[in-house]
Design a protein around this ligand. Structure first.
Ligand code: HEM
Length: 229
């Protein structure tokens, strides 16, 4: 092991680092939305907003999952504190992504939102990932976390399902550059492999949930093959 000594940063320096992280993630999102609304995002601002928020949500989710293995490898306990805010920002970017889709692509036609989720497989998968991220964000509240006890860790292992679904959603919608989403899927699978011992402790209820999601996706897939829309 290269890093024998635990890494520790002074509390003030770490606070400054945390603040910088919050500012960069939020300011970037605000700036891109500002550019989109003031027509500075090129010929298709809605597409640019969708791309930025989608990639942003996926990157932040991967970063939040990479934190634990890096922190334990470097013996850098403080680093773990960044996992929750980055995971929450991933959910926030995903919410912005969904809002851009509903507001600018579908012009708030809620009937269309439902039919898009049901009819388009890549949207079904993206929406499933979004639901998981929302559940994880809500249950990140300290009181809920305390009440859930050990179940909280089981539930939060669903973040690995969310990242895979995010990668599949991306893979499904690209027309040519398939290697970019493929890299996300490979990285996610490697992360699952790294955490396999912890994930094996996943209780029956979480496994049931995962099987239900997979079964649902499989059934809708078969249905679509038989009844082209
Ligand atoms: C909430 C439900 C979601 C809907 C309705 C949705 C919809 C969309 C749409 C319409 C696009 C653009 C498709 C195109 O280029 O033609 C897109 C792209 C994308 N979405 Fe989603 N999405 C959802 C959730 C998610 C989530 C949760 C993630 C990540 C965790 C995600 C990641 C991406 C990525 C990476 C792209 C591609 C960006 C690029 O091409 O650069 N999406 N999504």
């Amino acid at each position: 092991m290269i890093f024998k000594k635990p890494i520790r940063i002074g509390p003030t320096k770490f606070k400054i680092f945390q603040w910088m992280m919050h500012i960069v993630i939020l300011a970037w999102l605000i700036l891109v939305f500002y550019q989109g609304l003031t027509d500075q995002l090129g010929g298709d601002p809605v597409q640019s907003l969708l791309d930025f928020t989608g990639i942003g949500a996926l990157n932040l989710l991967v970063i939040s999952l990479v934190i634990s293995p890096i922190a334990s490898y470097l013996k850098f306990g403080q680093f773990i504190q960044l996992r929750r805010p980055i995971g929450l920002y991933s959910a926030f970017y995903a919410l912005s992504h969904l809002m851009v889709f509903i507001a600018f692509e579908l012009q708030f036609e809620m009937g269309l939102v439902l039919s898009e989720i049901i009819d388009r497989p890549y949207i079904t998968v993206g929406f499933t990932a979004f639901i998981i991220l929302s559940i994880l964000a809500i249950t990140s509240i300290n009181n809920i976390k305390k009440k859930m006890g050990r179940k909280w860790f089981t539930l939060h292992s669903l973040s690995y399902i969310a990242v895979i679904l995010g990668g599949i959603h991306y893979l499904w919608l690209v027309k040519s550059a398939w290697y970019e989403p493929a890299i996300y899927i490979i990285v996610s699978l490697l992360l699952i492999l790294l955490r396999r011992k912890k994930l094996q402790k996943c209780s029956n209820s979480a496994c049931m949930f995962i099987y239900t999601v997979l079964l649902y996706m499989h059934t809708t897939w078969i249905y679509r093959q038989r009844a082209p829309l």
